[in-house]
Design a protein around this ligand. Structure first.
Ligand code: TYM
Length: 373
């Protein structure tokens, strides 16, 4: 029987079959030829490309064609501020930072405080707006360039965004939002309207600068649903269709099904978690691919494909050789589950210590990254 799973911008459930998603979402696989083409410009490939964490794309060929002609692109990505930032959110952002450095590209970063207010019955607008600026600290902490990185809350940049959102809204029907997102007649008009706001940064720089600029959107595959609609509509408005480069999900701590979710604390490690908390969560909750007893584990080995500690190392350990050694030793039974967890704890503790320092420093420069009207 085929495995059941759901991927929408608001829900990821079950064991995701990424090959099926490529078909369903009308995107293309990132293949070796494309990787070679990227490498020609970047010199080396980011580990998330080497490992096919960024596994699919749409129109990346167009972005490179234009770049080769001297027509530079900008990057666009975002965050729905519903809580603290977790490690899964950092995945597309770390990669986006690499793209910014390699292609010297501007980044437009949208904080959808309106979305999280509309979709989450428990959240007030003041709270999602506050979280937008808290989450922005995580973006800045990753080292995005000042003067080339523009972060905005939908609410605080609303005047500029609204003017463009209504141009999209005029061309978007409710039957399309129903079919694309699974929304129904009982959903609020706010939910049906929201995607128009997420469309805007995919062409806003072209509007503001008075010339067409190609746009590349790096994010997890769940968000690609929005941009399928965006592509059709902005093309009708006379702008380039935005391209996308899409990543797989960092799995929840508690198991390989679904994705890490900010609203279920034990499935996630947050960027603000203290080292003791990270340690405790991993020891207590990290789903293990190990055997029931040490003897059995030594004899038959563990399963890195389902072991969350190993899977997380694929996203955070840059060194291919080190990762391969961990994989092989775990599979052969030489490395025990507890030992694998300790390797992950060590890696994340070092990573988060630096991130948290950068995050505090970011408070002082936050204003210089923010767009408001
Ligand atoms: P949000 O806040 O749900 O997620 C922020 C970014 O993180 C990605 N993501 C993940 N990546 C890997 N593993 C995970 N477990 C995981 N969970 C989330 C998301 O795909 C996203 O890239 N509506 C958006 C905010 C937004 C946006 C955008 C995102 C506005 N404009 C343009 C991407 C591109 C949202 O709620 O994202």
């Amino acid at each position: 029987m085929p495995k059941e799973f759901t991927v929408t911008p608001w829900k990821v459930e079950g064991e995701v079959d990424y090959t099926k998603l490529i078909k369903e979402f009308g995107v293309q696989e990132v293949n070796e030829k494309l990787l070679e083409r990227i490498k020609k410009h970047t010199g080396e490939l980011h580990y998330m490309l080497r490992r096919k964490i960024f596994f699919s794309h749409i129109d990346l060929g167009f972005i490179l064609d234009e770049y080769e002609k001297g027509n530079k692109f900008y990057l666009y990505t975002g965050r729905g501020p519903s809580g603290n930032t977790h490690l899964g959110h950092l995945v597309p952002w770390m990669f986006t930072k690499w793209l910014q450095d390699k292609f010297d590209a501007e980044l437009w970063f949208q904080m959808t405080d309106d979305e999280k207010f509309i979709f989450n019955p428990e959240l007030e607008l003041e709270e999602t707006n506050r979280l937008a600026y808290e989450n922005a600290l995580d973006v800045i902490a990753l080292g995005f360039k000042r003067g080339k990185t523009f972060i905005f809350s939908d609410v605080d940049y609303g005047k500029t965004l609204y003017k463009q959102a209504i141009r999209v809204a005029k061309r978007l029907t409710v039957s399309t939002t129903k079919a694309a997102f699974g929304l129904t007649d009982s959903d609020s008009v706010g939910k049906h309207f929201f995607t128009t706001v997420q469309s805007v940064p995919a062409f806003l720089p072209s509007v503001l600068k008075g010339k067409n600029i190609p746009c590349l959107i790096p994010c997890a595959i769940d968000q690609s649903v929005h941009f399928r609609l965006t592509r059709d509509i902005v093309h009708k408005l006379g702008y380039y269709k935005p391209a996308g480069l899409y990543n797989v999900f960092l799995p929840a701590l508690t198991g390989p099904k679904g994705k890490m979710s900010a609203s279920i604390a034990e499935t996630a490690v947050y960027t603000t978690d203290a080292p003791e908390v990270v340690e405790k969560k991993i020891r207590k909750y990290a789903f293990s691919g190990g055997r029931d007893t040490v003897e059995e584990h030594r004899k038959h080995g563990g399963n890195p494909d389902i072991d969350v500690s190993y899977q997380w190392l694929r996203f955070f350990e840059e060194d291919d050789k080190k990762l391969e050694r961990i994989h092989d030793e775990y599979k052969s039974g030489k490395l025990l589950s507890g030992e694998l967890k300790e390797i992950l704890i060590e890696k994340l503790t070092v990573f988060l210590k630096k991130h948290q320092e950068n995050r505090e420093r970011a408070r002082k420069v936050l204003d210089s990254y923010i767009l408001k009207d």
